[in-house]
Design a protein around this ligand. Structure first.
Ligand SMILES: CC(C)(COP(=O)(O)OP(=O)(O)OC[C@H]1O[C@@H](n2cnc3c(N)ncnc32)[C@H](O)[C@@H]1OP(=O)(O)O)[C@@H](O)C(=O)NCCC(=O)NCCS
Length: 169
């Protein structure tokens, strides 16, 4: 059974340890627990956890403001990738964005993160520009990707599972 739960200041204590575990196993420069907590309190921010079999399978954090959505963070537990969890989390971003009137989503990704770039591309994001030396610890550029948020413009429909979270397994 798969479900999505919004992480709020009230329930943060239940999610913080598993979120941090996934974060540390996913990134070179992981967010701290304080950074996640701050997102639960930031008015423009939404943090959602994906629960599968009662455990945290992954999470997504995004900001919606000025009719745009900025993907801040997404990760799936290393042992639970390639099962559609990431797509379910992106679906949540798209649903929330559409319901709040956002017309565009964008994100930054490392050129070396070939898997994430393929993941975003499959969901319909396209590479639009670069921010030079955006990642300070490696001096790596950021690739900026964007997506028009009309449902027909996303590649998520093609992924099959995406419009119903229950399809992910
Ligand atoms: C990127 C990430 C969130 C994807 O999560 P996921 O649950 O594995 O993604 P999904 O199973 O929903 O993948 C959907 C599609 O994206 C593509 N995709 C996902 N991971 C991929 C990879 N490593 N290589 C190539 N394509 C990939 C595939 O086309 C996949 O569909 P398929 O399995 O039918 O081929 C996950 O790999 C992750 O947590 N990575 C580490 C953290 C990270 O890099 N976050 C992004 C920072 S910008």
């Amino acid at each position: 059974m798969i479900s999505l739960q919004e992480v709020t200041p009230e329930n943060f204590h239940r999610f913080k340890d598993p979120i941090l575990e996934v974060e540390k196993s996913s990134f070179l420069s992981p967010w701290t627990i304080r950074a996640f907590e701050a997102e639960t309190k930031r008015p423009v921010s939404q943090l959602w956890a994906l629960l599968a079999g009662g455990k945290i399978g992954g999470y997504i954090c995004f900001w919606i403001f000025a009719n745009e959505t900025h993907l801040m963070n997404i990760a799936v537990h290393p042992q639970r990738r390639k099962r559609g969890f990431g797509g379910c989390l992106l679906k949540k971003l798209m649903e929330a964005s559409l319901s709040e009137g956002a017309t565009k989503a964008w994100l930054e990704v490392r050129p070396s993160n070939v898997g994430a770039r393929a993941f975003y591309k499959k969901a319909g994001f396209t590479e639009i520009s670069r921010r030079p030396r955006y990642y300070r610890e490696t001096n790596e550029d950021a690739i900026i990707m964007s997506l028009s948020l009309a449902p027909q413009d996303t590649g998520l429909r093609k992924l099959g599972y995406i419009w119903n979270v229950e399809h992910a397994a």
